[in-house]
Design a protein around this ligand. Structure first.
Ligand code: FAD
Length: 487
């Protein structure tokens, strides 16, 4: 991604070389994205009909969170990618959430307020074959190994050089800049700029430049994952499903060639063997299906741009993949670096601003992810009880969000004031707080006023969605036609 974006931005004025080692390979997991990935492909000029069939990709309208709460009526909810098209529906949800928080009985479960949920329920593709006047936001699911191969081929074709070799040494000059990296044969690679894409190894930003790592382990406890691949669905759905298990949660991601499962869990609460057995049972996988175990280092570097090195991807940080945000943060970091060059901003003052803004993006995502665990409504295992009752320190921002929510305050206003609606919009905050049923108990709810009842007509929404849906094809059918549909 970094090589392609840089190549697109600077053309032939820089010579870009990607060095990687097939002895180490890539991490090869990470099958879900946010809508940001669409803008990456648009920016580098690669159409869906080219990359999606090559990477076994499917469309994604959002994430279903299953069994994160035992609260009746709130055992499952959908976090859609918000489209402007849904603004009136989202306004209605916000209205009903205020009424419900005040103890009156109106419908405030988010699913019926989001068109993307409707599409996912009906397995309809978010892209329409013909002109549809509303823009529907979507992300993708894909095979991470195939995507890396695909991007590499395109980058090579566009003039990026490539070396398959193992880097063993990094040399700094007198002012602390990286002057070269050397491989195991002793060959030196000199450059003006180095982009550290070495994954969790963080060869340049960590080992060579000694940039401290800020762990998020106090608030995000999951540090391991185990994955499995199952046969593809006949009719591929267009949603990720995240199901709460005993000591973490499991993703279910439909690709064209398989359904990917992964259990993200805390090693403090379960062992690798128990986690694998639990995932096998959840996915219906017998022992003939191979499982892969991974460790995750959760947190971020204190600085991402140091001297003449910028770290992107896992080398700069990782937040557990609950909302599939890693590639979006990676892409955002590369864009910010490119913009710095565009405007000639590479001095130390600007680097400080760059590092602060990248840190803020990571911390804001960390906060939103941590809320899923803080407000979970499960009591079946110690993991869930502890996450709710003995959580790590909440950020100032999260405390303010909860105070506002329970005091019937103006949440959209607060999020804007705190400047935390960049990573997750006010709609996403409502989807999660309403979806987990963070309301007064059902018993004792009063009847709403006639004005409140009249304000939100759910029948009208459904009727509107039904009519809009006539423009969409079944997801599987659209995918099958994608290679031939070069529009
Ligand atoms: C369990 C899990 C689930 C995830 N799910 C998602 C998701 O749903 N969505 C999402 O956006 N992201 C997800 N991610 C993150 C995603 O996998 C990464 O952001 C993405 O794969 C990019 O990784 P990377 O390129 O930074 O690192 P890697 O893929 O590890 O690549 C590192 C590269 O550096 C090279 N290298 C390292 N050391 C050397 C050396 N000494 N010499 C030469 N080359 C070297 C390697 O050969 C490799 O090519 C997930 C991650 C994990 C762990």
């Amino acid at each position: 991604m970094a090589a392609l974006m840089l190549q697109k931005a600077v053309g032939d004025s820089w010579s870009i070389e990607l060095i990687e080692s097939s002895k180490l390979g890539i991490i090869g997991v990470g099958e879900g994205s946010t809508p940001a990935l669409k803008s990456f492909f648009d920016e580098v000029g690669i159409p869906e009909y080219e990359w999606m069939p090559a990477c076994s990709a499917t469309y994604k309208t959002g994430i279903t969170f299953d069994r994160w709460s035992e609260k009746p009526g709130f055992e499952s909810y959908f976090h859609p990618f918000y489209s402007y098209f849904d603004r009136d529906h989202a306004k209605a949800l916000i209205h009903n959430s205020i009424v419900r928080r005040s103890g009156k009985n109106v419908h405030a479960h988010p699913n019926v307020f989001a068109y993307n949920h409707y599409l996912s329920e009906k397995k309809l593709c978010p892209v329409t074959p013909y002109h549809f006047p509303f823009e529907v936001q979507y992300g993708y699911h894909f095979d991470a190994g195939l995507l890396a191969q695909f991007l590499k081929q395109i980058a090579l074709a566009r003039g990026v050089a490539h070396r398959d070799t193992l880097i063993t040494d990094v040399t700094l000059n007198g002012i602390g800049n990286i002057s070269s990296v050397s491989d195991e044969m002793g060959e030196k690679f000199l450059a003006d700029w180095f982009v550290d894409c070495s994954g969790f190894a963080a060869l340049l930003i960590g080992d060579a430049l000694k940039t401290p790592f800020k762990s998020y382990a106090d608030t995000l406890w999951n540090d391991r994952a185990v994955t499995l691949a199952m046969p593809p669905e006949k009719e591929p759905s267009c949603e990720t499903v995240s199901t709460a298990l005993k000591s973490g949660w499991a993703w279910r991601i439909p690709l064209q060639s398989r359904v990917g499962y992964g259990y993200v869990y805390s090693s403090r609460y379960t062992s690798a063997e128990e986690a694998e057995a639990e995932l096998r049972e959840h996915a219906g996988a017998d022992t003939s299906v191979d499982a892969r175990h991974l460790s995750m280092k959760i947190g971020r570097r204190e600085l991402h741009w140091v001297k003449n090195c910028v770290a992107v991807g896992l080398s700069q940080g990782f937040i557990e993949p609950l909302e599939a945000t890693s590639l979006a943060l990676t892409q955002q970091t590369i864009s910010r670096f490119i913009n710095a060059f565009k405007y000639g901003n590479t001095d130390q003052g600007f680097r400080d601003i760059f590092n602060r803004s990248v840190n803020k993006s990571y911390d804001d995502v960390r906060d939103y992810i941590s809320v899923h665990f803080l407000i979970n409504g499960r009591s079946d295992t110690q993991y869930w009880v502890d996450n709710r009752e003995k959580p790590g320190p909440a950020s100032r921002e999260i405390s303010a969000v909860f105070n506002c929510w329970f005091d019937s305050g103006d949440l959209p206003g607060l999020l804007k004031h705190l400047k935390i609606d960049g990573a997750y919009s006010n709609h996403s905050w409502h989807y999660i707080l309403c979806g987990m049923g963070l309301f007064p108990d059902e018993t004792g709810l009063e009847l709403p006023s006639q004005e409140d009842i009249d304000k939100v007509n759910l029948e009208n929404f459904r009727e509107f969605f039904n009519r809009c849906a006539l423009n969409h094809q079944p997801h599987g059918e659209f995918l099958n036609g994608l290679s031939n549909n070069k529009t």
